[in-house]
Design a protein around this ligand. Structure first.
Ligand code: ZN
Length: 206
């Protein structure tokens, strides 16, 4: 006979479940559980979008200096601060949370930012010491990236992200003039993008 012991090393989950296991809401303008309130997000083409990825590049990376190729701005900010597990636990301990069943209809006080609850996993004495507590299951991420990329390059209706709304957003931001709506005639037209490899073949669906 022996005593079997087990330890939770980390969780592997999709993005919606990240909110449950981490306690940080994965919806809205502060949806990134890593960047938290320091996330770069904005309203683009009818959705909340997350930008500012160049903040993670080395300080002297040439892409930081480019503006037109990206969102019209150069990037001079450092990467967001990385919070340790102990710091997160300390933050959570300072906040009051309603009992789980009652949180549904309550609006969060601004002090809570996007914290919705203190995850049970913090009951584990070592949980706050872990460098990596949550992993995204790549299966879902890969499929979404693939579908979006292929759908956009082949300009498949319903799949492409190169929509009229997206084109109007580029106009609003004043970038990528070559992708703006074509207004040569009375009716504005969305010409096929330079990156599209759409052929005369029609793809019904994948
Ligand atoms: Zn982030």
């Amino acid at each position: 006979m022996f005593t079997l012991r087990a330890a939770v090393m980390w969780t592997v989950n999709d993005f919606p479940a990240y909110a449950i296991v981490s306690g940080w809401s994965t919806k809205g303008y502060m949806a990134c559980p890593v960047c938290k309130e320091d996330v770069t997000s904005g309203w683009h083409a009818g959705k909340v979008c997350y930008l500012g990825h160049r903040r993670w590049l080395p300080w002297d990376h040439e892409w930081r200096e480019k503006d037109k190729e990206f969102d019209g701005n150069t990037e001079r900010r450092l990467r967001p601060r990385e919070w340790s597990g102990d710091e997160i636990l300390e933050q959570l301990n300072r906040l009051d949370f309603a009992p789980f069943e009652k949180t549904v209809s309550r609006t969060r006080p601004s002090t809570h930012m996007s914290w919705t609850h203190k995850p049970m996993l913090f009951e584990l004495p070592y949980w706050s010491k872990l460098k990596l507590r949550h992993n995204l299951d790549v299966m879902h991420v890969e499929k979404n990236v693939f579908d979006t990329l292929v759908g956009t390059i082949l300009d498949i209706e319903g799949k492409t992200k190169d929509t009229i709304k997206a084109r109007l957003d580029l106009e609003r931001m004043g970038i990528r003039r070559g992708l703006w709506m074509n207004r040569d005639s009375d009716k504005a037209r969305r010409d096929l993008a330079f990156f599209s490899i759409k052929t005369s073949l029609s793809f019904s669906s994948f």
